[in-house]
Design a protein around this ligand. Sequence first.
Ligand code: SF4
Length: 703
Amino acid sequence: MKRHAEESFKTTCSYCGVGCGIVVKKNRKGKITVEGDQDHPVNRGMLCSKGMNLHYAMQDQSDRLLHPEMRWSRNHPYQQVSWDMALQRAAAVFKSIIQTYGPDAVGFYVSGQCLTEEYYIANKLVKGFLGTNNIDTNSRLCMSSAVAGYTKTLGEDSVPIAYEDIELADCFFIAGANPAWCHPILFRRIEAHKQANPDVKVIVVDPRRTQTCAMADLHLQISPGTDMYVYHAIARILIENGDVDYNFINNHTEGFAEYRDAVFNVTVEEAARICDVPESDIRLAASYIAAAKGFLTLWAMGLNQSVIGVNKNIALISLNLITGHIGKPGSGPFSLTGQPNAMGGREVGGLATMLAAHRSYANPEHRKEVASFWGVPSISEKPGLTATQMIEALERGDLKAIWIICTNPLVSLPDTRRAEAAMKKARFVVVQDISRKSDTLDFADLILPAAGHFEKEGTMTNSERRISHLSKAIDAPGEALPDVEILCRFAKAMGFHGFDYNNVDEIFDEHCRLTKGTNLDISGLNYAQLKESGTIQWPVPEKNHKGTARLFTDSQFYTPSKKAKFHPLNNPENQSEPLTSDFPLILTTGRIRDQWHTMTKTGKVNKLRQHIDKPVLEIHPHDAMVRNIKEGDVVEIDNFRGTVRVSAKISEDIKKGVVFLPMHWGKILQKDLARANNLTSHLVDPISKEPDFKFSAVEVRKF
Ligand code: SF4
């Protein structure tokens, strides 16, 4: 305890989905500091650079929104108003639009950073009471391909592993992910495990030689978009060599013969040529997997943010299925979650295409169950608009009002200039946020100041299904309110009943009750138990249940047949926009180590700017040379969607023909010309609707 420390509060880091436990300490003067929670099973006291500096972002109130503000039209200035006036205006506009155009003319766009209770209330409000499924989340840009991949193979969106499997695995297959920078505490656990057990093998599949490759035994530096070829080639080698688990395949899966035929369509030699990696390296990867007793596949945005993202997920999960490495210690497919509460959002049905507790809007029984639980006549059978579909609906004029909570789509959505043009067409835009630096604020008719992460109570679920309780540590500034309170007040202003809660415990209890009898049943859980145990992994179906570390230990899956499902993916070819002679380079985008999303939090912290303080374009020496580009030159990256202008960083770490831009910088922080999403494609995966952020055709010129 520090000298002035008077109080300490346990919470969870607000950045990535690793879900590290944090102790917030507050001294007599109200100054806060943070430390890693030594008792937390995830991080055991460790924090990465972002988590360790979280208190600076939380305590700096220089950019905070303090009062509700609104303008009567886009030509009028903003004026400060009371909460009552702000929410009455919102209710009047929403009622009028719904009466005139129907409920599908309004939509909510929320965030994987919302707490579970906020997510729950937003979904109840929109799907239960406004009468539309038009509520989507920025997790659409992050995890929706993994959700669909799990559902198609395992029967439901269910991450089967526990982090404790890291210390039990002896082969890690990390694909399309850079956990060294994006999930650092998990990466440190893998590193420590490998250091203690040098025979542990780490295979990395990535078009970039990232920091994660530093400890890899093998790096398959594939061409972007060729991932499925490499997974299929590995599967073919394992099948040919008899290194598959036929006992598991025969008893617990279906569709293997068709999958095998699809895999055998392409030779290993052809796959190596298409992926542009040595055939011997693919064979070496297969030999590591064949020898493994515990085999973990880990992946993130390289797979998910793709026009064939769902198929990439299915093809990778299939490697766990053919080897029987699922539901066993040290084994399983493990999607690395980008945001702190993407998983909690999925639990409450926080995507436009889901209902609470992994129910489906397309299932009449599920709709009936949820409607009856909420005491509403029905739930719409029409799928809601996904993130990019909301932009299209705004363009067409079908979506008239949009309410944006805790996300900054005008930096993070693909093809942002198109998104801006669409947003201008909206009749009414509500932005509910903590920061005045959100670029999306430019379009707001109504601005609602929200409480920050340390300023409210609630729960979140991390990547291993671990639910944590977050205590409130400090008061919100000005008139800012917790998101859940804003939503409940709006619901009441709309005249809806069912939003009178005395505290967030009651909301959490209601959410838990709605999961009863489902595969993610947490009906045995309540705040008291959660506070006592600190954290717990779902399902928790009974009182005093200890939680569930690992799913599918009995090899019974969530499909109707209880068998995991193979899919014959006969066309592994990438479907991204084609390269042309005008735009011959592949642009891929991603995170850097010390920044988070659109930098409205991490951008305020000096220490976090020291690592990389401005966006740069990574380009291979050959591609730079033929364009007469030298290290540090200002370059322009173009395509028919837009332009980015940044300095060049010449590096052999990036594959020839590929360039990389960080995704964090937006207009407000670095002018329009640093915004990577000026260039990214509006194409989405046909099933998950997740955008193709990792493959856009561009040209680069010296400026
Ligand atoms: Fe926060 Fe993720 Fe870092 Fe843990 S690893 S401290 S959750 S950003």
